[in-house]
Design a protein around this ligand. Sequence first.
Ligand SMILES: [Zn+2]
Length: 172
Amino acid sequence: MENKKSVVSSFDVDHITLGEGLYLRSVYTINDELAVHSWDMRFRAPMAHSPLGSGEVHTIEHLMAYHLRLDPVIGSSIVSFCPMGCKTGFYLSTMNNVKAEDIRAALATVYKNVFPLKSKDDIVGLNEVQCGNPGLYAIDATNDAMAQYMRCLYTRDEAEAAGIGSIYNPAW
Ligand SMILES: [Zn+2]
């Protein structure tokens, strides 16, 4: 019998060995021409780390959905940014012209411009008109989660060169 692949490609990944990182997960072709890339921004190793809290997930969703779209290289190629229901990371969907290195650089720019968060005023769109649950956010835990994720994408030297050396010396 023919092996059936899961409809949801994420289920084909071995989550026992999956580490934190940035992965190209799926390529979707639409009308045989348009390719959308789905990136796995995995903040926590599924079995080794505890998942993100709901406040961190919601805060990062707001910040990235907004600020990544301002990036001069990848901003106009972003289709969507969504949290994973398992709370170990996020899906970033882009057009097929975006490379992993572009995303990594865009994340560093957002980090440099936005982090560390000082108060809820730093979280864009967190109000009753634009959001379904504006009371759900986290400041310190999001700062920690974001610095931890950036440390898995940037070595200490690379972080210094990119102007985000503070990910290795959190001061909050
Ligand atoms: Zn919201």
